[in-house]
Design a protein around this ligand. Sequence first.
Ligand code: DGL
Length: 272
Amino acid sequence: MPIGIFDSGLGGLTILRALQQALPEQAFTYLGDNANTPYGTRDAYDVFDLTTRGTQALFDRGCDLVILACNTASASALHRMQVNWLPKGKRRVLGVFVPMIEHLTQRDWGDNAAPTHTGLENVAVFSTQSTLDSGAFPREMKFRARDVAVVGQACDGLVDAIEAGEDAVAAALVKIHVDKLLQRLPEPQAAVLGCTHYPLVEDLFRAALPAGTKLVSQPDLVAQATADYLTRHSGFAEIGGTTYLTTGDVAEVSKRASRFLGHGAEWEKIET
Ligand code: DGL
């Protein structure tokens, strides 16, 4: 069975690409809910509803392991899914949030020891409004690390600009949102791009942030964490290619996705 990768739209392709590089033989099925993007301006009930529908569609296509390649879904729906929705059995749903926090706090997977001083004093988090509202990042951080100031900045409009391929708008928005954050935290020690769409404009964030700020790359960390997970749960591994599914307009999605994938792909439209 392929591993299912789910996002509200094109952003999860940044995670998929890193996974394809780390696990070149593994079969994947990607689903972008382009018909309903963006999720980042929706409330938690809506995000839960859409995310469970997308995850179910991937389960129905034989993916027993689904990765929510979307911070908004990981932050506001994943916990509720695991507690109240996921049937007991072999199926699993993982998020993209925790690997990044484990990296920042130098923790191994599942290390639930008391929080420690890690040397990290502050971190800037750029995300959607829903992810910011969920409070998930500071909460997960506090479980592991003491005395870290987490300063969040919602990047309104950025996902839409990236999805639409409006490069000049995206560049202007990154500058505005980074400047707003720097007014509150002038020299961030580390910065997290807490939305899977944002690595597509990582160079803009890099240029707008101070040179001393360490920019954390979520796709590589998620790929590494998934490769480690598969060594412990080899039943989820299967050799094969990638299938691309979307709830949106196939012609439009394939045109935009090629820019991000670096190659063309055959997309199939599905309902969730
Ligand atoms: N790419 C997603 C994330 O990581 C969702 C963005 C959106 O749909 O607003 O948050």
